[in-house]
Ligand binder design. Structure first.
Ligand SMILES: Nc1ncnc2c1ncn2[C@@H]1O[C@H](COP(=O)(O)OP(=O)(O)OP(=O)(O)O)[C@@H](O)[C@H]1O
Length: 385
């Protein structure tokens, strides 16, 4: 979800362009232009460092003055779960899979609490979705989601239909390293060029205070790492909009076919541009993190391996096989709902859950802030939805 301040900024810009007063009786939202927004308030909220519940909810569009001008159109059919016998038959507690998914998103599945004074937000995951953990949980979930990997590691259709999702980047890295090691061929490592940029008078001092080795060690959500290890045939996800007109958008998944010095060539997996070969260049990314008194300029390919993805990054993906790897429970609104709503059918959804004591469990946390979508009043219904 995009932060409400971004919409408000667009509103101001359009009012300016259209010469519409931003305040007063003549104000018209978005400068009088009709704007169509699409989204699901059950999904994750913008990531705000160190934010509590109130700050997170406050970032939602429903908390903006613009919301007063929105007409809500509800979609009523889950198009990802195409009608078939598995999707329509009772799945859990008398609910179909689509109903169960929606109830998890709405926070209406009765939960329980495992600690005194903690919310009862741990819900039961149906047994048929559970993978039996072993001593090596990582290999276990990898083997279930990427079955017959040795025969299929180079197949686009095989890679396009699967991924493992997990709440933290640490688990994402471990899973991707594990899968990369199983792909035949040599690794090509790409190292970023990191520099410090500061507008303050002591820019030179800041530069010398933070040596290159330190800058290289920094890792940021949504940005490529200093070192990217790839092999031909590995799946990657694009981290920036490079050229939407040819399918190079933030979140596009591709399979690497050539690892050059200046360019990576890859084939797009899924979507309108499925099968198209594209070239990805290095770009300079500006990283402005509140923890550091400088802007980090990182020149690197804006990609990351995607055998596994962070749950937040997996939004917008549609897959046949999804592994949900929960060594720790989710920590934010909508994450469990996003994880379970990536699949086309429950037959392709596999959970591996450990509880706080590291013991296999069929309960996991589902965090839902109902106030995020409590203001969605039905004002019209579409036929498509
Ligand atoms: N009218 C339609 N007919 C058939 N399939 C559809 C239709 N609309 C969407 N789909 C399919 O449903 C899936 C989800 O669609 P889409 O990605 O547009 O939804 P979304 O709201 O962006 O999803 P999410 O936000 O949950 O990731 C895709 O696989 C898409 O092909």
């Amino acid at each position: 979800m995009i932060h409400r301040l971004s919409f408000e900024e667009v509103d101001r810009a359009l009012c300016d362009i259209m010469s519409i007063p931003f305040k007063g009786p003549d104000y018209r939202p978005f400068g009088g232009k009709v704007v169509l927004l699409g989204g699901d308030f059950r999904q994750t909220l913008p990531v705000i460092p160190d934010a509590g519940r109130e700050d997170s909810v406050d970032s939602s569009l429903t908390r903006s003055y613009l919301w007063n001008f929105c007409m809500v159109l509800h979609l009523s059919q889950n198009m990802r779960l195409l009608p078939n016998s598995i999707n329509e038959e009772p799945f859990f507690d008398g609910m179909s899979f689509a109903e169960w998914t929606l109830n998890v998103g709405n926070g209406s599945i009765p939960g329980r609490s495992f600690h005194v004074n903690q919310p009862a937000d741990w819900i039961e995951i149906p047994t048929q979705l559970l993978i039996e953990p072993s001593d090596d949980c990582l290999s276990t979930i990898a083997a279930v989601v990427y079955d017959a990997f040795a025969e299929n590691y180079y197949s686009i259709s095989y890679l396009a239909e699967r991924s493992i999702v997990t709440p933290t980047n640490q688990n994402v890295l471990e899973l991707n390293d594990h899968m990369l090691a199983m792909v035949p061929g040599s690794v090509r490592s790409y190292f970023s060029c990191d520099t410090v940029h500061s507008d303050s008078n002591d820019a030179a001092a800041i530069s010398s205070e933070y040596p290159t080795e330190f800058l290289n060690s920094l890792s940021f959500n949504g940005y490529p790492d200093h070192q990217i290890d790839l092999k031909v045939f590995t799946p990657i996800i694009l981290l920036r909009n490079l050229n939407p007109s040819i399918g190079l958008c933030n979140g596009t998944r591709m399979m690497v076919v050539y690892l050059g010095h200046y360019v990576i060539r890859a084939i797009i997996m899924g979507g309108t541009f499925d099968g198209k070969t594209v070239a990805i260049p290095r770009i300079v990314l500006s990283i402005n993190d509140y923890r550091w008194p400088f802007v980090l300029k990182r020149r690197q390919f804006p990609v990351r391996l995607c055998y596994a993805m962070a749950i937040n990054k997996s939004q917008r993906q549609t897959l046949q096989h999804v592994g949900v790897y929960l060594l720790k429970p989710v920590f934010s609104h909508g994450q469990l709902y996003v994880a379970i709503s990536r699949v086309k059918s429950p037959a392709g959804l596999h959970f591996l859950i450990l509880n706080e004591a590291g013991i296999p469990s069929n309960y996991t946390r589902s965090i839902v802030y109902p106030e995020t979508f409590s203001e969605l009043e039905e004002s019209a219904t579409t036929a498509l939805g």
